[in-house]
Design a protein around this ligand. Structure first.
Ligand code: SF4
Length: 353
């Protein structure tokens, strides 16, 4: 029964596998082409908390600029953080660099070919280790992301809510994982969840698992997986100061490595708290309110960032941050919330720049 299910899914995958820039498709695999563990690792780190559509361009840019793990290991931190800007969850970018450097320093530039070896690397947790093991090295590891959880819950008509159901869903997924073609199988289940067994309207009529699927026959598929209600996120308030000098340089500040947006470029500003922040600009000037807030949602809170702007004199000596001219500052290097603040601040400068 289990083997039949895996076989049916692999048959479906052979025809319907999604094309992705990091993927070696089923026919290329049959021709003996192996995936590059560097590209698999990079894509898996980028895909955490992010969609395939959002990742594609970043993946192309990273692999064009740093084609191998050794190239990435030798990159400057700020270049990598700049290329990562906009993808979010910036600890991933810092760990990406640490991991690339560890692969080069400790493993001769080759990713370990075992799950345990992969787990010893910075930033590689159980999920990523399983994904690289299965996809890059064709080891029979079980890979469980949100898509796989949804498919398993429906296939078995499991009504225990997430996250409580996670261990049970993982066990169900493990029982189905075949020894043959485990890498293709892992990607096939994810593709099934992303294209057929979608959250709101699963296309059961064309699903390779429509016969064994219990939720389909019980008519419960669209309501699964159940989820425990989430706590509402608190709102935090802050102020960002967008200062521009007469020569066009902006006053920017690299955030500390630890903490939210760690290592990223940003605007000097207040702490972000649930109380109204104190207005303490980084340098004395005629600061004016931009008249709009940058709003952004992080994992644990919503942020409302007031924006102050000022034209700064050439001799301005700020308490924090440094002036970066157009040769050293690209707005695309900013993380999303700082980019939103920049875009809103623009209209408040007379020359619009
Ligand atoms: S039959 Fe429907 S609910 Fe079941 S796995 Fe396929 S798409 Fe999902």
């Amino acid at each position: 029964m289990i083997r039949a299910e895996a076989g049916d899914l692999l048959d479906w995958y052979d025809v319907h596998a999604r094309e992705m820039p990091w993927r070696v498709g089923p026919s290329a695999r049959r021709d003996g082409i192996r995936p590059d563990p560097y590209r698999v690792w990079l894509s898996e780190v980028m895909l955490q908390q992010t969609t395939v559509a959002a990742v594609r361009d970043y993946f192309h840019r990273f692999t064009a600029r740093w084609p191998t793990v050794a190239d990435l290991a030798a990159a400057a931190d700020e270049d990598v953080m700049g290329e990562w800007a906009g993808l979010g969850y910036y600890a991933r970018a810092r760990n990406l660099l640490k991991c690339a450097r560890a692969v080069v320093a400790d493993h001769g530039g080759v990713f370990p070919a075992t799950r345990e070896g992969l787990l010893s690397l910075p930033g590689i947790g159980p999920y990523t280790a399983s994904a690289i093991s299965a996809i890059a090295y064709d080891l029979p590891e079980t890979v469980v992301d949100g898509n796989v959880e949804r498919v398993m819950a429906r296939l078995h008509d499991l009504h225990v809510p997430l996250p409580t159901a996670k261990p049970e869903l993982t066990e169900m997924a493990a029982r189905l994982t075949p020894d043959a073609r485990p890498g293709d199988y892992a990607q096939a289940v994810m593709d099934l969840g992303a294209t057929i067994c979608t959250p709101k309207s699963p296309a059961c009529g064309i699903c390779p698992w429509r016969d064994p699927c219990v939720a389909r026959s019980n008519g419960t598929a669209p309501e699964l997986p159940k989820k425990l209600p989430k706590k509402p996120k608190p709102i935090r308030l802050g102020i960002a100061y967008v200062g521009r000098r007469a020569d066009g340089a902006f006053l920017l500040q690299r955030r500390p490595d630890k903490g939210l947006l760690g290592g990223m470029l940003g605007w000097p500003g207040s702490d972000w708290a649930e109380t109204v922040p104190q207005d303490t600009p980084p340098v004395a000037a005629q600061w004016r309110d931009a008249g709009a807030e940058a709003r952004h949602t992080f994992t644990h809170f919503h942020l409302r960032l007031a924006i102050r702007v000022a034209d700064l004199p050439m001799g301005a000596e700020p308490d924090t941050g440094e002036f970066l001219g157009p040769d050293r500052f690209r707005p695309s290097d900013l993380p999303t919330v700082m980019r939103k603040a920049f875009d809103l601040a623009r209209a408040s400068f007379k020359d619009g720049f």
